[in-house]
Design a protein. Structure first.
Length: 665
């Protein structure tokens, strides 16, 4: 076994290529066993094993800076930088992050789990090194997993080409349907184009040709034309060099020796350069190789018979795509088999999938958009059934939203399905391109609230504060899976924009007679006038639990399911104002969130009357970055479970004015 002896990148420098091949197999076995036990990103890391080894053999990390975009392909990097034991707690509370993390290692420079950003970091770092005259340090950006479909990446490429800063861009191309076959010819020519001797000799020849009397300029131009024609024949036509960025490739991303030569030569290039490598996502693990999404993200599942898994199809209990409220209920649920799912939706995402299909069947104007995440956001069945009405724009949320505005302008009814955490990327477009124009775009925000093990970059806690700041935005917050369909239908009937947010966690379920209607809130319990709980979305369940605890203290709390934060239900606000204490509870940021919006609306409603404003308390996510952990544990630690809400009520009631104001009829 070689892997146990690897603690730093220096430990792989003296290994032979045969030993490196053996190490690759050990790493894949380790990753499969770990990730299928703890959960995490599988396919992307299995495809990046040889690539990561080659990078760490050529470059001197952390002096040379390796930036990972996106960060979920950095598990092998973590293994090579002394964090093997940390995988036991991967993505667990207090454990190792699923992404690069500066607190874990000096080899991690950015905590990057959002795609298409590394090139911008690289541009800034290269400029900083240039300004400090520290040009001996190398900056390497590993870009893959669709990140080059993001507009931010193109903006960075343009700046890199214009500035001429020395950055090595490794394009990790693991696409399965469009990647060209790597031929010996293209590999040989790529090596030639990268070799310093060739490039220096070519420039000397061009200069000599230019100096030939009369014919020099024509000869140099002819040489350039021939070279350009040959390049077009043997390498993919790209826009990189038009932007001033050198291009080399494609080369085999599973050939360590070939990549080492390419990276070594690329490091000598005096400017930005792209080295295009072709890798296989999920390589070495048949369930990942065969899966439509290459087991990109899997849930925890104890491995069985792992000794035969890598390189064969034997014996691993695989979790498939994460289903803790995201994605569909099984890895195979990808197209038309939605009718085979259980009658009761297992996740909010599944409930949305059903609702969207029903809406699309009823109205041909309904279209759906995704930013490279049709599976996790539940759009694959829609894509299969309505391919002409489905738009995947790549990792480009900004473009996605403005494109949706254009679709609405043209009479369509666009539904933008996106993770809550990624909605913030497109806030400017949602505010001005959609909100300012009043276009009827429906934003369906999956993974809203505390998401758990993906940590601070993935908690969806800003969406309500952002959406509520956009004039005319209707904000739906379903508290049960069964509320998704009526809310989607209502949203699609509105003349302006709306958001529907729901969590990653398992859904609450209600019967047909327990659902709200339209834009109205729903009173779940009537109390004695002492305290009113206004629950938003997921925290409705916690408010009901809190009411049970308070009942044991002799306090009969009123509980409302807010359902629609904006516009707030006047009847709900009037009822709440008749209590001594009003407590709002949400799983979004407290500052500027749903509670602040509702209490402001209540104050405005009673401003002209002689009725006093009741005591109030807003419960929500504090203004800080929240670490990874189980979602329910995080909420409990923040006082946002039933017990925490009840305790907050007790403390607030101890300071509430007495006697209670007269409740309105």
């Amino acid at each position: 076994m070689i892997l146990p002896s690897i603690e730093t990148p220096a430990d792989i420098q003296d290994l032979s290529f045969d030993q490196l091949d053996e190490l690759c197999e050990e790493i894949r076995s380790f990753i499969v066993e770990t990730v299928t036990t703890t959960g995490g990103h599988l396919g992307s890391n299995l495809g990046a094993v040889e690539l990561t080894l080659a990078l760490h053999r050529v470059f001197d990390s952390p002096r040379d800076i390796i930036l990972w975009d996106t960060g979920h392909q950095a598990y092998v990097h973590k293994l090579l930088t002394g964090r093997r034991y940390g995988f036991k707690s991967l993505k667990q509370a207090g454990g190792m992050s699923g992404y690069p993390n500066r607190a874990e290692s000096e080899h991690d420079w950015i905590e990057n789990s959002h795609a298409s950003t590394a090139l911008s970091y690289a541009h800034g770092l290269a400029n900083a090194f240039e300004l400090s005259d520290d040009t001996s340090r190398k900056v390497i950006a590993v870009v893959g997993d669709g990140a080059l479909t993001g507009g931010m990446a193109y903006e960075a490429l343009n700046n890199l080409g214009h500035s001429g800063r020395r950055v090595v861009i490794v394009l990790n191309d693991n696409g399965r349907s469009y990647a060209p076959t790597v031929s010996h010819l293209s590999q040989s020519l790529t090596s030639l184009r990268l070799h310093p001797t060739y490039t220096q000799a070519r420039e000397r020849l061009r200069q000599r040709l230019r100096n030939v009397p009369a014919f020099g300029p024509l000869a140099a131009s002819g040489m350039h034309s021939v070279a350009s024609a040959l390049r077009e024949m043997v390498s993919p036509h790209t826009f990189f060099e038009a932007l001033g960025v050198r291009y080399a490739g494609p080369i085999d991303g599973h050939d360590i020796e070939l990549m080492e030569a390419a990276f070594t030569h690329a490091a000598e290039w005096d400017g930005p350069i792209v080295v295009h490598v072709l890798t296989q996502k999920g390589r070495g693990y048949p369930p990942a190789e065969d899966d439509i999404q290459c087991l990109h993200d899997v849930r925890a599942a104890k491995p069985v018979g792992h000794e035969n898994t890598v390189g064969s199809s034997a014996g691993m209990a695989v979790g498939g795509p994460s289903v803790d409220g995201g994605g569909l209920s099984t890895p195979s649920t990808t197209e038309n088999d939605i009718d085979d799912l259980p009658t009761r939706p297992a996740t909010y995402t599944e409930a949305f999938t059903r609702a969207l299909l029903a809406a699309a069947e009823r109205d041909e104007r309904v279209v759906a958009l995704t930013a490279a995440m049709p599976g996790p956001t539940g759009l694959l069945p829609f894509q299969a059934q309505f391919p002409d009405r489905f738009f995947d724009v790549g990792i480009a949320e900004q473009h996605e939203v403005t494109s949706a505005a254009g679709l609405a302008m043209g009479g369509r009814k666009p539904v933008v399905a996106v993770y809550s955490t990624f909605f913030s990327r497109a806030f400017d477009q949602a505010n001005l391109d959609v909100g300012l124009h009043g276009y009827p775009v429906v934003f369906v925000l999956d993974r809203a609230g505390i998401t758990g093990d993906d940590g601070p970059s993935h908690h969806g806690i800003l969406d309500m504060a952002l959406a509520l700041s956009i004039p005319g935005m209707t904000v739906f917050a379903p508290s049960a899976a069964e509320e998704i369909e009526p809310m989607l239908f209502e949203a699609l009937s509105l003349p302006g924009p709306s958001t529907i947010r729901f969590p990653k966690s398992a859904p609450r379920h209600v019967g047909d007679t327990e659902m709200g209607r339209g834009l109205r809130a729903r009173q779940l319990r009537a109390g004695d006038g002492s305290v009113c709980l206004l629950g938003v979305g997921k925290l409705v369940g916690a408010c009901l639990d809190a009411a049970d605890e308070l009942a044991a203290d002799g306090v009969a709390a009123t509980v409302w399911d807010v359902r629609v934060v904006s516009p707030a239900d006047d009847d709900m606000l009037a009822d709440a104002a008749g209590h001594s204490l009003v407590v709002t509870a949400e799983d979004g940021v407290r500052l500027g969130g749903a509670g602040a919006f509702l209490l402001d609306a209540m104050a405005a409603q009673i401003e002209s009357s002689e009725q006093p404003m009741p005591a109030t308390r807003m419960l929500g996510i504090p203004r800080r970055f929240i670490a990874q952990g189980r979602a329910d544990d995080i909420l409990a630690n923040l006082g946002l479970d039933g017990a925490g809400i009840a305790e907050n009520v007790r403390r607030a009631m101890a300071h509430a004015p007495a006697p209670a104001p007269q409740r309105r009829a």
